[in-house]
Design a protein around this ligand. Structure first.
Ligand SMILES: Cc1ncc(COP(=O)(O)O)c(C=O)c1O
Length: 364
């Protein structure tokens, strides 16, 4: 729709820093256009191993415990294809990232939703999660900061998930793609750093969000050799390897100045406060302040319409694109996801439109 403002897609509106783009161009100019090692170029694997040592005190062998993938999307799929046998159950957050349930099904598994409620700040209630565990439970997916709710799990909450995983011998797939997009001086914690977790956790991460490199398609996993080697087998015979110049760009992103990341996150923070304030002023939208990622997840229950219908009407009448909460699972119904990974002015413009349409009689 011409003139529509999109708060739909979860993609930073920034261009990666110049030294990252230069590294990709240089790789092409230097003829680095051939197949790369299946598990990733050594420079990148070594830089990733250094990152985990430096930032989390975790030691991963770059030869056997780091795998470069086509985005975090491939890493999630590989983990599930590797660890899930037919009819095994995989616990996934609901609402949660759209790829989880389909990826579980592709792997022949059964997705089991962990219901997350607004009243609990969309944090898992450990007793109800425990009640979902059966003999067939194999993997639990944890995503903090969370898409679509923006929830960030604390040390205590992660410690409870740790106990659950250890007691029930679950493999944890910890999707940490928003590790750096976190506000109010909150520190991101990785489940892999908790006692006994390194050996049962696959950390999934990506360059897409942190460095605004969505189109480069570079993600990665770190984890114990036993798990990474299983993922590598599938990776090797499905995608063979990740594009070379993109991996050089990713290496430059990790090794160069991190000012880009902090500048981008402070800009997201301004937008976060803006969206939260403006939504709070519009009748029928109830929204808590997100703690991480770049999404607002307002409650639209007062409309007495499905989130798909509300999104459709917002699209037609306000020319603003939002995502219905139901796209993220059954528990997402009654909510909308608004991505604030777009400019401050566009967000303000979108809020003006929403406000206008909501004030018309009858609203929507
Ligand atoms: C929680 C989460 N995980 C994984 C991804 C996939 O990211 P990519 O494949 O671009 O690395 C996304 C993208 O939106 C996401 O929100």
């Amino acid at each position: 729709m011409p003139g529509a403002i999109s708060l739909g897609i979860g993609e930073p509106d920034f261009t990666p820093p110049e030294h990252v783009l230069e590294a990709a161009k240089r790789a092409i100019d230097e003829g680095k256009t051939k197949y790369t090692p299946s598990n990733g170029i050594p420079e990148l694997r070594e830089a990733l191993a250094r990152k985990y040592q430096r930032e989390y005190g975790l030691s991963y062998n770059p030869e056997s415990e780091v795998l470069v993938t086509v985005g975090a999307t491939e890493a999630v799929a590989l983990a599930l294809l590797s660890f899930v046998n037919p009819s095994d159950e995989v616990l996934i957050p609901d609402p949660g990232f759209v790829c989880y349930a389909p990826a579980v099904k592709i792997a022949g598994g059964v997705p089991v939703s962990i219901p997350l409620f607004e009243d609990d700040d969309f944090k898992p209630d450990i007793e109800s999660v425990t009640s979902l565990v059966t003999r067939k439970s194999r993997v639990i997916i944890v995503n903090s900061p969370n898409n679509p709710t923006g929830t960030v799990l604390t040390h205590d909450e992660l410690a409870k998930l740790r106990r659950l995983a250890v007691e029930n011998d679950l493999i944890v797939v910890s999707d940490e793609v928003y590790e750096k997009i976190i506000y109010d001086s909150t520190k991101h914690l990785s489940l892999a750093t908790f006692p006994g977790m390194r050996e049962r956790t696959i950390v999934v991460n990506s360059f897409s969000k942190t460095y605004a490199m969505t189109g480069f398609r570079v993600g990665f996993s770190v984890g114990p050799e036993e798990l990474i080697s299983a993922m590598l087998l599938i990776h090797q015979f499905t995608v063979a390897s990740v594009e070379g110049p993109a991996q050089y760009a990713a290496t430059a992103a990790l090794e160069g100045s991190q000012d880009f990341v902090s500048d981008m996150v402070s800009e997201f923070d301004k937008r976060r406060l803006l969206v939260h304030k403006r939504l709070g002023e519009i009748e029928k939208f109830r929204c808590s302040l997100p703690k991480g990622a770049f999404y607002a997840f307002p409650n639209i229950g007062d409309f007495n319409m499905t989130s798909a219908d509300v999104s459709e009407r917002i699209f037609r009448e306000a020319k603003v694109i939002v995502t219905p909460g139901s796209a993220f699972g059954k528990r997402g119904e009654g909510f909308l996801r608004l991505s604030y990974a777009t400019s401050y002015d566009k967000i303000n413009g979108a809020m003006d439109r929403l406000e206008k349409v909501a004030s018309e009689s009858p609203p929507f």
